[in-house]
Design a protein around this ligand. Sequence first.
Ligand code: PLP
Length: 403
Amino acid sequence: MSTPTSTIRMASRTRTMIGSIIDSSTALLASQKHDIVRFAMGAPNAELIPTADFDRLLGAHAPGRYDYGATEGEPELIAQVQAFQQRLGIDTEPERLLITTGGMQGLDLAFKLLLDPGDLVVVEAPTYTNGIGTALSYQAEVIEAPVDADGMIVEDLPDIVARAGRAPKVIYTIPNFQNPSGTTMSLARRQLLLELAEEWDAVIVDDDPYGALRFDGEDVPAFAQLSPGNPRVVQVRTFSKILAPGLRVGWVDVDPALRAKAIDAKQAMDTCTSVPTQRMVADYLSEGLLDAHLTRLRGVYRQRKQAMRRIMTAQFGDDVTMTDPQGGFFLWVALQGRLAALDTQKLFPVALRHGVAYIPGPAFAASGRFGNALRVCFATSTPERMADGVARLAAAVDEQVAP
Ligand SMILES: Cc1ncc(COP(=O)(O)O)c(C=O)c1O
């Protein structure tokens, strides 16, 4: 990604703003005019968004719907989020909740309040680079911790931190069905991470957009369940993946003292999150529609994950390894054997030409690693579309590896 040069004297923090490496792939995708099977965006497909209910609820009359709202969020929505968190097993109270403009604003607020220039942040590798982009914009330094089938390898952290020579101030993790790897952090690692955060006087930023989308296996207790009321745990949540990303409604669940500062910070950012949208989401939840919607999504995503793995295996056999997520949206695919030397960034325009899109692995690490991996989103496509998409991917791969 190239940054335009300017004669304007910009703030030093602009030098560490990386922009979205993920979105640069999707921008190229958006400019294509031919039919493309989309494994790229982490978004529910249109048919899985309850637009009829949204239209009905948005049209309902409610006084003050178009006024400014309270910065912390509409009281009806805060009450509904509290009840939803409780249904997910997390006790909370309105004094801990702040409605945000999507999960991204929750991350931005968290890092804005926690990080000074030069502070150290532990991040997963691979990770959601838009998330670390917010930390970098506050001039933090990131160090990478590897991920395996049980999420971030927390046992490695003491060595990684010793090599860095100073303790981190924040540990940024996506513990459930991680973006991009699809892996979930084990209970033992969550417990160890809580201990390490205590030892290092650090905060765990727990970014969990996908946790409610578990379609197999048992829930692993959240940090907030393992350590209720722990001020070192900042929970960042969003309705983007369980309802619709265009709503731009999320929330943070944090220690009340941090929330008070977050309200001040949000006031200076956007005053409040869109009031009509907040009320629409609150009404959707108060009518009890979300739980049934989630049950439907889980069924669809289970079937799609299985289909994607089956089709990829049939197509590529031992030339790929894949994660096997129990929820969420993503499979992380590593190329090996005959395909080990293939560069998924170079493959990307070829794949687009063949009519399929994914996100290349290097988009998920600040260091640009993972050139032989890619992320596929299984949530968007029907199994029939997936079969077409994987066949197109195979054609692109053959073109690249052909002698
Ligand atoms: C891990 C993670 N965090 C945060 C976000 C941002 O969520 P939102 O679209 O609500 O800002 C995403 C979206 O892709 C994500 O995958």
